[in-house]
Design a protein. Sequence first.
Length: 234
Amino acid sequence: MTASRDDQARSLLADAAALVATAEVTGWSPEAAEDALDTIDLLVESLGRLGAPATTVLAPVGPAMDAFRVLIAASRPPAPAARTAEDGGPESAGTTDAGQTAPEEGEDGAVPAPARSRPAVLSHKRPGEEWLSRDPLRAEREYLDAHRAFLEPSETDNRFSALPGRAKIAALRRIRAGEDRDAVVADLHRRHNADARAHRCLAGNIQNRMPRPSFPEYGIQGEIPGGLPGAERR
């Protein structure tokens, strides 16, 4: 069994287990039975790759599943028949130029806004598909929330972006070695800030010890704060 087919089998088995649990509460569901048959199809195909003995043993499974599909089709409720003009169907209602039924006006003459229809809950997953939820609106909301969280950088992301290149490489090496990402970035961020403060202090001390220019014509005599290094030894 290949890796992709193994993943498909696990996904279908998980869905079948969830549908069985739902069926115990809600009762018979043709859609749940079809999903379970998809699981069996995939597993039978995988077991058939073991060779001729497995194919011989699994031979009765095919006709049994075909009979089960006939039972599922017979259990589905019949589709409602289209209403005609004689019994007040859509042919008797007013239509627009595009052939669509014109909306009826209210008591005050205003045409009510069309109600937003909720997408039907999906019930049949094809092999290889991955769903967040069977409810399309819930799946869309979960996807958008996750995508928004991915686009908005966290405090750790901002700290990592502020690190110099060598610190970023060190962080990646430590994270790859198994250390916690947030702890590694916080540690390197703290060290980077400490080094930056020390560098600023050192730069300020050097600037304060630089010689000051002399302007004799203005009575300004240059000097070195603190004197030259080693001057006290002379």
